[in-house]
Design a protein around this ligand. Structure first.
Ligand code: DON
Length: 305
């Protein structure tokens, strides 16, 4: 498997030049678009890495899975899904258009920005720091990295430029979906998007989901099986935004992407996969990362369908 992973990275690296690094968050534009790395975490804890698997980058939208986990653990399904839907949108991740058209104005799912901002408002805690500390605690346990933390430069860069997310958040406040202070919720949202990780850590996180919420090696339970099941289902239907249908056909595994270039995949009962390739396609997914996942899914027969 190690040599196949290395070959897949080498082969997919030819495509990095065809993508573009995200520039709407200025700090992300500083990433080297030629990077590509991948990691696999098997359910006995074995970790394979190839290419730039230890290069740090920020979770961005991959964080939406973990805030959803915490919100579901804090409040249960009924409360969460009264405020955010379960349906894919077919629209870009930061789209505004359907929020006003659909009544009640609840975001269609927790993987688009509007939905993730609504979920960010649900995380329990007396302050932004406390809410963030709770998320970091969970992520540190799952990755086994006690130093996992926020990249302050990326956080500030988004905080200074996020006019569209502010528009979404204030609309949600006006509609009664978002309770509490809007700027505090946004602050928490920007910080959790800026949590820094690596492809190797994403593989571990994916492996926890693949193992139904448990540490694959020790068996320690981090989240209820039911919460892991809901997260994996959203990864299939909405995890790659308006490319989720094509990804389901071409790769066929639950996965979540972020605009810094990460993709976390969870192959149920088999493995977690982490990918980093900051050059994105026009939907905001890692272009070479998706190619790489197509290759290994075919070679290892990973599709769940
Ligand atoms: O809110 C944003 O726009 C970013 N912090 C995250 C967006 C993102 O990662 C979309 N992913 N492909």
């Amino acid at each position: 498997m190690q040599s196949q992973l290395e070959a897949a990275v080498e082969q997919a690296a030819r495509f990095t030049g065809e993508g573009k690094v995200a520039a709407y968050i200025p700090e992300l534009a500083k990433q080297d678009k030629n990077r590509l790395g991948a990691s696999v975490c098997l359910l006995d804890g074995t970790l394979l890495t190839a290419g730039d698997a230890h290069v740090p980058f920020t979770l961005q939208s991959i964080s939406k899975i973990f805030s959803l986990m915490v919100a579901l653990c804090d409040h249960g399904q009924r409360y969460v899904f009264e405020r955010v839907g379960k349906e894919p949108t077919g629209d870009p991740f930061n789209s505004i258009v359907k929020l006003e058209l659909i009544k009640p104005h609840k975001p269609l799912n927790p993987m688009i920005n509007a939905g993730a901002i609504a979920v960010a408002g649900m995380i329990a805690g007396a302050s932004v720091e406390e809410r963030l500390a709770r998320m970091l605690r969970l992520l540190r346990k799952m990755t086994g990295n006690p130093d996992l933390s926020v990249n302050e430069a990326v956080y500030r860069s988004e905080q200074e430029t996020a006019n569209r997310n502010r528009a979404l958040a204030y609309f949600l406040k006006d509609s009664g979906i978002l309770e509490g202070d809007v700027e505090e919720t946004l602050d928490f949202y920007f910080r959790h998007c800026a949590i820094e990780t690596t492809a190797a850590e994403l593989a571990r996180l994916g492996a926890v989901l693949a193992a139904d919420g448990c540490d694959p090696a020790s068996g320690e339970r981090f989240i209820p099986r039911e919460v892991a099941r809901i997260c994996k289902t959203f990864m299939v239907t909405c995890g790659m935004y308006n490319a989720s249908g094509a990804f389901a056909i071409d790769v066929g595994v639950p996965a979540k992407s972020g605009v810094a270039g990460g993709i976390m995949a969870a192959v149920p009962n088999r493995m977690g996969i982490g990918v980093y390739g900051p050059a994105l396609d026009d939907k905001g997914n890692s272009l070479a990362g998706v190619k790489l996942l197509e290759t290994i899914s075919t070679e290892w027969n990973l599709s769940i369908f």
